[in-house]
Design a protein around this ligand. Structure first.
Ligand SMILES: CC(C)(COP(=O)(O)OP(=O)(O)OC[C@H]1O[C@@H](n2cnc3c(N)ncnc32)[C@H](O)[C@@H]1OP(=O)(O)O)[C@@H](O)C(=O)NCCC(=O)NCCS
Length: 195
């Protein structure tokens, strides 16, 4: 059996995606990130490890450095307003041997309800399938997080099953999760945002 391919450094890229622009994170986004992590839903579903502004800075440091080749992470911003962070999307656990990766995201409370998370996840999948040796993107969310399930559905993912007590979320409890995937040759979703 041949050796697994080593991760290759990735070059940060900007992805325009209609009503939203995906740009690499910058160190001066720290206040926007820390503000976002005051939101109870982000703390619960994304924020287990971000309890202080310093934690936010550490998270940002990891997200803006793509050199490990195992993730690609973007801030969602309004086109033409680079400084206002609307959300976050990250393709992580990039595995060139198995041809897979996972996606995670949040949107700031004021940006919700415009369909931006699904547009961003779709843009990341298209980029990944065109650029990386990736055939499958996975998405997991707690069963109780129905809004996240809607994002998966709208971004063209297929629900595969339920993972029992599979992940410890920000409330300290392990939750059952729903597992979804999108394959490179799945039909692309017909997305329209409500912006
Ligand atoms: C889940 C989340 C990313 C959705 O982002 P979004 O950009 O608002 O996505 P959408 O506009 O497509 O809305 C998705 C669903 O959120 C719900 N929603 C809509 N407007 C909302 C609002 N103002 N506030 C909260 N939820 C809302 C609806 O159920 C909607 O489904 P619908 O399109 O069938 O009505 C966002 O609510 C969020 O960041 N939540 C907290 C963190 C989180 O859950 N992250 C994902 C972890 S897996």
């Amino acid at each position: 059996m041949s050796a697994a391919p080593l991760p290759e450094p990735l070059e940060p890229v900007v992805l325009p995606a209609g009503p939203v622009r995906l740009r690499p994170w910058r160190e001066d986004d720290v206040d926007e990130v820390w503000t976002a992590f005051q939101d109870p839903d982000i703390r619960l579903w994304n924020g287990g490890g971000v309890a202080s502004r310093t934690d936010a800075l550490v998270l940002l440091g990891r997200r803006l450095d793509w050199s490990s080749g195992d993730h690609a992470s973007w801030a969602l911003v309004e086109p033409g307003r680079d400084d206002v962070v609307l959300g976050s999307v990250s393709l992580h656990s990039i595995d060139r041997f198995h041809g897979g990766a996972s996606v995670g995201y949040w949107t700031a409370p004021a940006a919700r309800g415009r369909g931006l998370a699904a547009v961003a996840v779709d843009a990341v999948c298209r980029w990944a399938f065109a650029t990386l040796p990736i055939e499958r993107v996975e998405l997991c969310h707690a069963v109780e997080n129905t809004a996240s399930g809607r994002v998966a559905e709208k971004a063209g993912f297929t629900r595969e099953g339920r993972l029992r007590r599979s992940y410890r979320y920000g409330d300290g409890a392990t939750h059952d999760e729903l597992l979804w995937s999108r394959l490179a040759d799945d039909p692309a979703p017909g997305l329209s945002s409500r912006s």
